[in-house]
Design a protein around this ligand. Sequence first.
Ligand code: ARJ
Length: 422
Amino acid sequence: MECVTEKYKVADIGLAAAGRLKIEWAESRMPVLMALREKFSKTKPLKGMRVAGCLHVTKETAVLVETIVAAGAELCWSGCNPLSTQDDVAAALAKNSIPIFAWHGMNTEEFYWCIDKCIDFNPTLTLDDGADLIFFIHDKRPEACAEVLGGTEETTTGVHRLRAMADDGKLRYPVMAVNDAETKWDFDNVYGTGQSSLDGILRATSVLLAGKNFVVAGYGHCGKGVSMRAKGAGANVIATEVKSTAALKAVLEGIQVMTMDEAASIGDVFITATGMKDVIRKCHFESMKDGAIICNTGHYDCEINIDELEEIAVSSRTVRPNNEEYVLPNGNRIYLLAKGRLVNLAAAEGHPSEVMDMSFANQLLALIHIAENGRDLDNKVYDISSEQDQDLAKLKLKTIGISIDKLTEDQIRYSSDYSAGT
Ligand code: ARJ
């Protein structure tokens, strides 16, 4: 099987037909992005643009990729996580003449080789999830930044880092914070992460969640979504936090809040959603119950200290796909899912298409915004406009067939009237 050419490197081009079926399934559930595809395939707002993308290769991403192409751009793609590429989807894209360098299970060196390939493509726009491509182009290929009009960033962790980089004066082109659009974080991060993380845990373990002590580290938008769904599945949800307001929100949601030191000995399932490193570490592994399941849904694989787990374990083996058993000196077994990488993308298929529809519509519109205005933007991180949010939400509601009220003229006047009281 020819799987490497100048234009692509994928695991198995023979999987293209299966990948195409998945992409078609996603298309049927991404009406907003498909409507934008239809509109922009006529006007071609990205004509002349070269997009380098570094984002999980899933069926939903494929719909975005083919929409960017329909809008007139050329592009080159790499995955943003060694375990999240769906090989059949990557093959389908390669088969459709899309330059793509991504396969499941790549090592770190290969990961950066793929990003480097996308930079060889001389991008005018970059699209990231986790900012690895932006970091790489700044660090290793700074000369390539000159051609870049701007970039977009998909996720919380990436946006945090890019804001820090901009504050340090190190960012060499403008970036749109797609994550911070309301139609992204308030849906993708909450409902997307909630459902897909449980999907990953269930595919990797097949355990009953009802009655389990389910520990969620981090009660941000992602943690909140996971907690909500775990609670719905009948688990006793426990949250750990470092931020007082977030902890208080969890308390008022009826969730037990305690420290990880306390939670470690009572949890049955642990999931990290913090963006911080070493949230679960040696002292926690040592006090865990026999059979404890641990996983992560944050962007990077540093939230569980796996080196320490490997150090203290007397043996380990794979017991199911994406499920590694570690036996500790006290005889207790701990099950690590998806090597501590995003459990929702590594052990399942990522967020459902319906929610990625809005995230990726934001990505597309952000790219078009930079293509049209990039030269007037400063080298900083920009928010998505609230008009874009409202337009996308309106379009999404329309596709679901839901109508909402309109303010009357009198109500519009009332909304800006400060003279009326009791
Ligand atoms: C592509 C996905 C999918 C999916 O938008 C989500 C986010 O912020 C990322 C953190 O790395 C993952 C990304 N995401 C979730 N599900 N990207 N396809 N199906």
